[in-house]
Design a protein around this ligand. Sequence first.
Ligand code: FAD
Length: 366
Amino acid sequence: MSLALAQVIDETSLTDQVRQLVQAELPPIVDAIDTGTLYPSAFMRKLGALGAFAAHADVRGVDLNPAIDAMSEVAEICGSTGFMTWCQDALVWYVANSDNVALKEKLLARVADGAMLGGTGLSNPMKSFFGIEKLKLKGTRVDGGYVVNGALPWVSNLGPDHVFGTIFETPDGEKVMFIANCADPAVELLPCDPFLAMDGTGTYGVQFRKAFIPDDMVLAHAAMPFVTKIRAGFVLLQAGMGTGIIRDCIEIMQRMKTPLGHVNKYLTAQQPEDFTSALSALENEVQILASTPYETSDFYWRRVVEARLQIGDLAMAAAHATMLHTGARGYMKSHRAQRRMREAYFVGIVTPATKQLRKMLAEMAT
Ligand SMILES: Cc1cc2nc3c(=O)[nH]c(=O)nc-3n(C[C@H](O)[C@H](O)[C@H](O)COP(=O)(O)OP(=O)(O)OC[C@H]3O[C@@H](n4cnc5c(N)ncnc54)[C@H](O)[C@@H]3O)c2cc1C
């Protein structure tokens, strides 16, 4: 069997296995996750055991499509869990791309199989690199590592024994990317006030008070070249969150045809078929881009940013149309149309948010 064929079969079976797990185990807990009474760590570990976070852990010749497809299956049922899947996938992506052998030996297998859960605190750094806000974490060099102070307002998929990747700045302006350990008493998790959605995603404010970061937890002493290497993957992996939500919105709109098609047909250019063809074009573009995440051309990066912008826009448009198609049914708290709408807005505001993406495109050379 050719390698290419073997990869297709592997990818299909991962997607199928994730779909089976998700359809069997996620619907009964989706409302508890949505309302924030459940952080589904046990479910996340099951996803990890299936290999949902491991498809991009070997970076040689890496293709991000299997990870994106698996995430999309999750987000089709639950946007919050789809987002947590991205958090874990981003964490794996950081560790897998690090040159720090000690760090990789310590963490890669455990984060890739979901035994160790965690996420990413790159929103503030990503905004700072594009001139939107200042870096919030400061670190100074000490023997064998760094001491870090500061606070991040929101980091998701966290718990007392979780880890996440983020960046601090030294007094001389160097940026260092590292893995923070929530079990460290100097790293405090602070509960957040309730959100519109995503309350079950283990999202906390994180306060660093003289936290010692040993060298074996440093992803890259020079963060900027590292970020340039991982940024397309960071952005493209988010595609699965959006496509899953869009697919479910299409399915909800289709179901409304029998009872309400005679009037819903006047929702011109907001029909499920419109979203199906827009989704298909977008998935094709993502599939191409996600197969070469290390490409360095400006042209490629622009396409990545444009695709990410379109995913947010399409998710919000599909969820909006779904509300109009479902009418009073979808306006009820018991109907998932309103949950999909709240989740879709998150795709538009999570970093890189719609406004940041538009700023980036406006500032790119044409
Ligand atoms: C549910 C949820 C989960 C998130 N998970 C993560 C994560 O895992 N990792 C991560 O790095 N980021 C996370 N974020 C942050 C997210 O990625 C975006 O950065 C955030 O939504 C704001 O982006 P924005 O570009 O719209 O910025 P804006 O909202 O325009 O500006 C953000 C800045 O405004 C200030 N600000 C505005 N409102 C408040 C407030 N109520 N409290 C405190 N400061 C405020 C802060 O300085 C903040 O940095 C999460 C946000 C939410 C709502």
